[in-house]
Write a protein that binds this ligand. Structure first.
Ligand SMILES: NC(=O)c1ccc[n+]([C@@H]2O[C@H](COP(=O)([O-])OP(=O)(O)OC[C@H]3O[C@@H](n4cnc5c(N)ncnc54)[C@H](OP(=O)(O)O)[C@@H]3O)[C@@H](O)[C@H]2O)c1
Length: 248
């Protein structure tokens, strides 16, 4: 019987898949995976442990689809959710490329980036709070990035991605202030995985030294360790893959 559950949102992210694989390998914890696409590599289908894995498909990450997923989630009330990972984030897709200079900035691209990187995690925080508030600690991780640090911005470029992650950081700083009053058991963490070998970073890996390009498996293990050790201290943390604080 399981006594705790972990929720992974945007579970088709390469890092999200590595988190679920690591949890299935090393823990007897319930897992709930939420994604627009769930394939067999999103957990060991056919494996005995996958009995503890529930999957919820969403059409997209609009508010209505999230509401529907929350209804399904609430039906799995066998054990409390004690960890949440929101992996969603885009840097590029068929319509979006990170900007090198002002002339590259495009309103529609910016709207796509801010929608997936800021609004999607914010809606999950908003809609999950009542399910997560309780006596047991709940660690809630959103995937940010170091480039979202306003004080660390020395290179410039990537206007939309930077702004979306900076806005996400501000959302969680603000939510943590509210949680200190009304959901003291929830710890919010904005996490920077470091450059990790996934589809998101693929086109930008050329100048990354090999010892600075991490595997998703490495990052997943680091993150699970960081989450385990993070105190529930009614403040938001902005942490990198080593567990070191990043200046906001
Ligand atoms: N890889 C890196 O070097 C790196 C560095 C710094 C920060 N990060 C952050 O780490 C997180 C995970 O990234 P990854 O490297 O694992 O990337 P990935 O494999 O490309 O995963 C992409 C993620 O974004 C979601 N997504 C894609 N399009 C979306 C849309 N239109 N609306 C909402 N969500 C959408 C996917 O959700 P579905 O499951 O529904 O497909 C999935 O969770 C991201 O937030 C990224 O910004 C990554």
């Amino acid at each position: 019987m399981i006594t705790q559950k972990t929720l992974i949102i945007g579970a088709n992210s390469d890092i999200g898949k590595a988190i679920s694989t690591e949890i299935e390998r090393s823990e007897n914890t319930g897992l709930i995976l939420i994604s627009r696409r769930l394939t067999n590599d999103n957990s060991a289908d056919g494996d005995a442990q996958s009995l503890n894995v529930k999957k919820i498909m969403v059409k997209d990450y609009q508010a209505q689809s999230i509401d529907q997923a929350i209804i399904e989630l609430a039906a799995y009330d066998d054990a409390p959710i004690t960890r949440v990972f929101v992996c969603n984030g885009i840097l590029h897709n068929e319509n979006v490329q990170p900007e090198k200079r002002l002339e590259d900035f495009d309103v529609e691209s910016f709207q796509q980036v801010i929608t997936s990187n800021t609004l999607t995690p914010m809606l999950w925080i908003q809609k999950l709070t009542s399910l997560l508030t309780g006596k047991l600690p709940c660690k809630f991780v959103v995937f940010s990035a170091r480039v979202g640090s306003i004080s660390d911005n020395r290179l410039g470029g990537w206007y939309s991605y930077r702004a979306s992650k900076a806005a996400l950081n501000m959302m969680i700083k603000t939510a943590a202030i509210e949680f200190a009053r009304r959901a003291k058991n929830i710890k919010l963490i904005a996490f920077h995985p470091g450059t990790t070998d996934t589809p998101l970073s693929k086109p930008f890996q050329k100048n990354v030294p090999s010892n600075k390009l991490f595997t998703s498996e490495f990052v997943a293990k680091q993150l699970l360790d960081i989450v385990e050790n993070a105190p529930v201290d009614q403040t938001a943390s902005y942490l990198d893959w080593e567990g070191k604080s990043i200046n906001w």
